[in-house]
Design a protein around this ligand. Sequence first.
Ligand code: HEM
Length: 431
Amino acid sequence: MRGALLGLAVVRLWMSGDSMDPTDSGRSGDGMVGFLDAVDPGAVRDPYPEFARLRRQSPVLRRDSIYEGAPASYVVYRHDDVTRVLRDGATFSSAVIADGMREVWGRKIIVGMDAPEHQHHRALVSVAFRQRTLARWEESLVGRVVDELIDQFVDHAHVDLATEYTFGFPAKVISGVLGLPEADYQQFQQWAVGIITVFRDWDSAVRCSNELREYLEQIVNERRVAPRDDLITDLVTAELDGERLDDEEIYSFLRMLLPAGIETTYRSSGNLLYLLLTHPEQLDAVRADRSLIPQAIEEGLRYESPILLTARITTRPTELSGVAIPKDTVVTAMVASANRDPDVYDDPETFDVFRNAHQHMSFGTGPHLCLGMHLARLETRVALNALFDRLPGLRLDQEAAVKSDAHIQGDSLFRNPTSLPVIWDHSNTVS
Ligand code: HEM
């Protein structure tokens, strides 16, 4: 229990005002009400001015313990400290993530492993994530999923893309990538929402996770007997030096994919759309020259990271920017702050799809660099292209945006738009 508390404490480290209170959004959209209620609006509208101040004044900030008996922890804000924490896995262990999330994700969670176990495990699962492997899903899966979603609102006068588009497509894509039968999608989505909203309702997350495992067991057994062209087959057949993933590794990995693969892409694609819609000259440029889409995606991720932080625990006494950090201390790497560090990025507080590319930190760095980044980029590119192709003249519905107070906000862990009301030129619509 202490481990779970510590892990929860890590991810809630910055939720000073406890911003996870449910807010009745009153929205519908593909069964996502529970998800929105649990994780949508938080208290923090814009943490970036505070990040800028902390980078200058307290780049390695000591936080007092957040529950009785817990040790103090540190938060790092500068790009070079965040880089060091994420790259030096021998000093900064990921075990703190596993400790907190074991009950929900399973005992062998890749994101919570350290070397050498992590290297071996990652080599096995990464077969399923190679760029070449993913290309096969572009047309047959991602393109189809986004087109089906657009079909549902293309004849309407307006739509809220946050509820009708950006949540729907990553969940459908992951379910397709896993190779789950279409008929099971609604049930799968309910389990996914239950697992993703773990910080709101721990018991429900554990229950959903157990039910999902039972369901997946059946599919895993089927794929062992009759392999198919899907990610579950890749996982059960992956082999390295004569070794395969064991059952616990497979189920932990599959359950972790829900928060890792659905929630992040839902938020990041919403952030990019919001940024483009509120910078119409950049939106026009990207729409006119689609070769700009990849750099727009990277700039959206840099400027508004969907997930603000990750955490490690020290395995030995160390030091960051002159601050001594004892052994067994939780260190939070504020990746969103690193993304706006003026030592690395010119004019970092400006969203500019034309800037010279410099890798951002939103996918992390070092041994745990996001395995799904190629899929996330592919999904976002396809989703954006489909909107541009089918909804000509797509623009923010200014009136509705004022009414719904549409903007990017969140808590201290996640950020995304509260709504994305849009209109377009119906005379040229591609049905
Ligand atoms: C824009 C979307 C995404 C963002 C911003 C993102 C962010 C991240 C970050 C920051 C990490 C590193 C965490 C750490 O170092 O503690 C990570 C790891 C990971 N991500 Fe993503 N992710 C995204 C999409 C995806 C998708 C679509 C998938 C899979 C379908 C995925 C699967 C993973 C996995 C498996 C890991 C663990 C890698 C390891 O521990 O070696 N992610 N992600």
